[in-house]
Design a protein around this ligand. Structure first.
Ligand SMILES: [Zn+2]
Ligand SMILES: [Zn+2]
Ligand SMILES: [Zn+2]
Length: 95
């Protein structure tokens, strides 16, 4: 897996609706705060990034093993596969 350059999880991407478009699901529930938001492309979970205190996007991956997220920030189109630890282009995310 170390020298892999292609994500093998692109077929897990769904046409998801953000469940909580107003912010991180867990932070909203606990009155927390976040810096950046990430969208799970398998179930539509919205979680906060690793610079945020809650790190809920990464925790969502550890809990669910949904491999692929994308940035939920306006104007940002990159994605990330947690399993392969690869950045994904907008073209790869296009399904
Ligand atoms: Zn992958
Ligand atoms: Zn959060
Ligand atoms: Zn998910």
């Amino acid at each position: 897996m170390a020298s892999q350059t292609q994500c093998s999880h692109l077929d897990r991407i769904r046409d998801v609706e953000p469940k909580t478009p107003q912010g991180c699901e867990e932070c909203l529930a606990t009155n927390g705060w976040w810096i950046h938001l990430r969208l799970c492309l398998e179930c539509g979970h919205v979680g906060c990034c690793d610079q945020s205190p809650g790190k809920h996007a990464t925790k969502h991956f550890h809990k669910t093993h949904h491999p692929i997220m994308r940035s939920f920030e306006p104007g940002e189109e990159w994605g990330w596969c947690y399993v392969d630890e690869l950045e994904l282009t907008p073209e790869e995310l296009q399904r």
